[in-house]
Design a protein around this ligand. Structure first.
Ligand code: F6P
Length: 333
């Protein structure tokens, strides 16, 4: 990059995730520590299009590390998906004198960031982008971990533990839908952690007889009188699965869709610590490295990967964890 980085922007985009504030805080404070100014862009990419920003300093992010949601607000921008929208965003970058942007969000956020950086290059504008992965789905190909996943798991586990109390008392079957439109990480980790009878995930084609009916039957034969079925939203509707259980097993399940409660709450230690490190590494990458980058974790280490290469990566789903779940769910309780 030509010249010294003097001013950077930071934004959160896409679905929010607990720990986004910790990442914003880390970006702002790291920038300050390197004498770089930091501009907070509000409402995701829409903020760049609409010149919706605030100048941030160390105290703007005080007492935010423990807060869920995002103090910068977030949005999914339709306009930014088109070159005309990105032109308006670039005009704001030029006006504010931004040399780089840290975009905190998911896959769509990063694809938008790369498109912006390419458009900037075509127009001879000096602008680099760094992505920080934050989504409760943990579905970013280039990173083993994404900010918010641990908090969402813990929230879902707390809810299901409570459900189990009443299911146990009434000797009922519970069908719980957790988030994850395209990924079953949340369902799988939560399923293992609550000792679910069955878990349905989008990565594995559902065979209702094998994956639900047989699991409930085996649990009953082993002495269980209550059953917990966890469904990732991408694997099917919990309501429909509840109806099918009623038809095929003859029991009357209660269905709970956990929904957006999983996206809120104070971030766990893991999310605060990871977000702090990722935010720090994002600024260091903008200042000390070339090209557009995504910060990712690999076996606990932080990497600043080339953005284009990182976006082409796919994550191998952890089927070994599914085997753990299968082994533990067949013994009954
Ligand atoms: O952030 C990812 C995610 O939580 C998905 O699991 C879910 O399908 C989606 O967001 C829902 O997002 P929204 O209701 O904000 O459009």
């Amino acid at each position: 990059m030509d010249g010294k980085v003097k001013r950077i922007g930071v934004l959160t985009s896409g679905g929010d995730a607990p720990g986004m504030n910790a990442a914003v805080r880390a970006v702002v404070r790291t920038a300050m520590s390197r004498n770089v100014e930091c501009v907070g862009i509000r409402r995701g990419w829409n903020g760049l299009i609409n010149s919706d920003f605030l100048l941030m300093n160390a105290s703007s992010v005080s007492h935010t590390i423990d807060r869920g949601g995002t103090v910068l607000y977030t949005a999914r921008s339709e306009e930014f998906m088109h070159p005309e929208g990105r032109d308006r965003a670039l005009a704001t970058c030029k006006l504010l004198g931004l040399d780089g942007i840290v975009a905190i969000g998911g896959d769509g956020t990063f694809r938008g960031a790369l498109a912006l950086a390419r458009q900037a290059e075509e127009q001879g504008v000096n602008l680099r982008v760094v992505g920080v992965p934050a989504t409760i789905d943990n579905d970013i190909g280039c990173s083993h971990y994404t900010i918010g996943f641990d908090t969402a798991c813990n929230t879902a586990i707390e809810c299901i533990d409570k459900l189990r109390d009443t299911m146990q008392s009434h000797e009922r079957c519970s069908v719980v839908e957790v988030m994850g439109r395209r990924a079953g990480y949340l369902a799988l980790y939560v399923g293992i952690s609550v000792g679910a009878t069955a878990v349905l995930i989008p990565e594995r084609e559902v065979d209702f007889e094998r994956d639900v009916v047989d699991k409930i039957r085996q649990a009953r034969l082993a002495g269980s009188t209550h059953y917990m079925v966890v469904v990732a939203e991408g694997a099917g509707s919990a309501i429909e699965i509840g109806k099918r259980i009623h038809e095929e097993v003859g029991i009357d399940p209660r269905v709970t869709v956990l929904g957006h409660i999983q996206r809120g709450g104070s971030p766990t230690a893991r999310d605060r610590e990871t977000a702090s490190r990722m935010g720090y590494e994002a600024v260091i990458a903008l200042l000390d490295m070339d090209g557009n980058r995504i910060i990712g974790t690999r076996d606990g280490h932080m990497l600043a990967m080339d953005m284009e290469e990182a976006l082409a990566m796919t994550k191998q789903f952890q089927m070994d964890r599914y085997q753990v779940l299968e082994a533990l769910s067949t013994t009954g309780r």
